[in-house]
Design a protein around this ligand. Structure first.
Ligand code: SF4
Length: 331
């Protein structure tokens, strides 16, 4: 949860997650939807799915206890070298290194090497590690990087290992480690249909007379797999929706690690004439072989679906728009 996210932000998510899934068994027994909902708002949903798969493996293969052997830890979904090292050393006292970005910077400076390979870093960290307190050692190295040996203005005067620092002696601290040129991330735009079923006899129209909106489920693999979203404008015909375009809402920008997405939501009123089929029950997904699962729901109930952050923002824009717009008396 803490990767790319600050501790203060994570705490409420962490507490909520532990309340829902207090042990491996409860996580292993949860549905995909429950897991995605529990993770909602944290992004990087692949981690939630990996944790879910890990829980099942831990229950099926390891008797409900996380294995202590770093090699077995490494075999679990989503557990890489760093995570295996951090969990192995901190939770189980194994003398294995845990090299994150902070540790890479500290070691690069201590060794006075511009661009050390992962193998070199691992070997050096393994050589330095305190076999009696490997967890404390790894955490200390991470903390040193986070608080003293910071990227731009390291406090070398206050550094506990300044006497042994190669870069400090050589006057090369500012050049260590060598910064890799940032790759330009591609930008993509998506036209999003915020379907509003506000015709009294339209599909998805709530029994309470409130307008409902349409969600579709993303495919089970790939980016944001299995999560819900507002449909693409171009997909409406395939979903059997005939719409009357309404106003545009504000664009929503979201930065993924590998691309920068701009969502351009536009209100689409379901055409009363197209309201031939009966309304699908709100929140109950329906599936046809050709179309993705869809669900109609009241805009106030969108938080019952696992919606990625950008889609939650579109939902908020929809609620604002509905609040500011008198109900259409169509049909
Ligand atoms: S002396 Fe400076 S550069 Fe070297 S490890 Fe300490 S803080 Fe980092």
């Amino acid at each position: 949860m803490l990767q790319q996210t600050r501790v203060e932000t994570v705490i409420p998510y962490y507490r909520r997650w532990l309340a829902s899934f207090p042990d491996w068994e409860s996580l292993a027994g949860a549905t995909d939807d429950e897991v995605l909902l529990g993770w909602k708002g944290l992004g990087y949903y692949g981690r939630a799915r990996n944790l879910h798969r890990t829980a099942k493996i831990v229950c099926e293969r390891f008797g409900g206890r996380l294995p202590e052997d770093p090699r077995e830890l490494r075999s679990l979904p989503g557990v890489g070298e760093y995570t295996a090292g951090a969990v192995g050393s901190i939770a189980f006292g194994s003398a294995v290194p845990a090299v994150d970005g902070n540790v890479r910077r500290v070691l690069s400076r201590l060794l006075d090497v511009g661009d050390p390979t992962p193998t070199r870093l691992r070997d050096e960290a393994a050589r330095l590690i305190d076999p009696d307190r490997p967890g404390d050692f790894n955490e200390a190295l991470m903390e040193l990087g986070a608080t003293v040996c910071t990227p731009r203005s390291p406090r070398c005067g206050a550094c506990p290992v300044g006497d042994e620092c190669g870069a400090l002696a050589a006057g090369t601290v500012a050049e260590r480690p060598v910064r890799n040129a940032r790759k330009r991330v591609p930008r993509v735009e998506y036209a999003v249909a915020v379907v509003v079923a506000d015709a009294p006899d339209g599909p998805g129209h709530g029994r309470d007379g409130a307008p409902h909106t349409l969600l579709v489920r993303r495919p089970p693999t790939g980016l944001l797999a299995g999560m819900w979203e507002f449909p693409a404008l171009t997909a409406l015909a395939d979903l059997g929706i005939t719409g009357i375009p309404g106003p545009r809402l504000d664009p929503v920008v979201h930065a993924f690690t590998h691309l920068r997405a701009t969502y351009r939501p536009v209100i689409v009123h379901v055409a009363p004439a197209a309201a031939k089929r009966p309304p699908a029950a709100a929140k109950r997904p329906s599936t046809t072989p050709a179309a993705p699962p869809t669900a109609w729901t009241h805009p106030d109930h969108l938080d019952e679906f696992a919606l990625p952050v950008a889609q939650q923002k579109i939902g908020a824009l929809l609620r604002d728009w509905l609040r500011d717009t008198p109900r259409r008396a169509s049909g």
